[in-house]
Write a protein that binds this ligand. Structure first.
Ligand code: UDP
Length: 325
């Protein structure tokens, strides 16, 4: 059985929730994180190594020391707007650095990899719900950097038998019910935490980026999915990959689309705060609508999200009011 799992970027938002889920399921997660974005406090209860994922000698040392059976990768840059302004950062970290990691895995005969991919690989949807076969035409460097890595994974399977599962997250949100871990980016760019910071009085207002999109209320529609639902999908994917020994790709979302305006409305209801909202121009790189068809994950992994929008915002609100980091 796969037991010792190297979680690269495990001190970050999604990584830290996956680390918890792995521990709860009897796995031994080992975290490698350079703490450029992550938080040491988020993973205080598991083995931790500070370092860079492109550091092959360090990786080899970690693989051997902890008898690593599989690797999960969360150590990516994720800000769409920033990727448009600084594409080199995104191709370097999200593509080139993963190449070094895969090389080290192949050399050390570690055959299982779970890769955090994204809905941004698809670009503007050509149908209402995006399934795995939807055309890949990313419209920003972030999406391109992830798609290039997905293509690279196919070739590492062919050449070295390195099996991979790419999980394309739609909009991850929410926090662990315990309140111990949650989302903490600096600077924060994501909608739900920004909205809740406005509700908490930590920001004067929230801006809506674009009110002239071809959607019913003119604001962008996204598919929000709770971070613990995503965490569960990683474990199901790991088990499936070991059992079948094949590489797979899954789109992970709730299948429900909510507009920016709807999120703000819901957040006002949950928090009871009527915070200030300002209309602003579109943000570069944003498709109008991104909603997942996750029926493949349901069929092959038995995965179905359990948190609805109210609980997603509620857990994020609990975290925002009482952050640990
Ligand atoms: N958004 C917004 N105001 C903000 C932050 C985000 O209107 O202050 C919009 C953004 O343009 C997008 C949606 O909210 O349409 C979700 O953005 P987020 O950055 O949370 O996730 P992304 O979809 O980029 O992964």
């Amino acid at each position: 059985m796969l037991k010792n799992i190297l979680v690269i970027g495990g001190a970050g938002y999604i990584g830290s929730h996956v680390v918890r889920a792995l521990s709860a399921q009897g796995y031994t997660p080992v975290v490698l994180d350079n703490l450029s974005k992550g938080h040491r406090e988020a993973v205080s209860h598991v083995p931790f190594e500070q370092g860079n994922l492109q550091d092959k000698p360090l990786l080899t040392k970690i693989f051997n020391r902890y008898h690593i059976d599989a690797v999960m990768h969360f150590a990516a840059f994720i800000d769409v707007g920033e990727s448009v302004k600084k594409p080199e950062m995104y191709f370097q970290n999200n593509t080139t650095h993963v190449r070094y990691l895969l090389e080290a895995m192949a050399e050390n005969k570690i055959a299982y990899f779970i890769f955090s991919s994204t809905a941004a690989i698809f670009g503007e949807p050509v149908k209402e719900k995006i399934d795995e076969n939807h055309p890949k035409n990313p419209i920003n460097p972030y999406g391109k950097s992830k798609w290039m890595t997905e293509k690279m994974l196919e070739d590492f399977d062919t050449a070295y038998g390195l099996k991979s599962t790419a999980l394309r997250y739609f909009n991850a949100c929410g926090a662990d019910d315990s309140g111990d871990i949650g989302e903490s980016h600096s600077p924060e760019t994501h909608l739900i935490p920004l909205v809740l910071q406005a509700a908490a009085g930590k920001r004067e207002y929230i801006r809506i980026f674009g009110t002239d999109y071809p959607t019913p209320d003119g604001t962008c529609i996204r598919d929000y999915v709770h971070v613990n639902d995503l965490a569960r999908a990683h474990i199901l994917a790991l088990e499936k990959m070991e059992k079948d020994n094949v590489s797979e790709r899954f789109n992970l979302g709730s299948g429900n689309g909510y507009s920016v305006a709807q999120i703000i409305h819901e957040a006002k209801k949950i928090t009871g705060v009527d915070f200030m909202v300002k209309n602003a121009p579109r943000r570069a790189g944003d498709p109008a609508v991104l909603v997942a068809d996750s029926s493949k994950a349901e069929r092959l992994l038995g995965w179905k999200p359990q948190y609805d929008l109210t609980r997603m915002i509620q857990t994020a609100w609990n975290w925002e009011k009482n952050r640990k980091y």
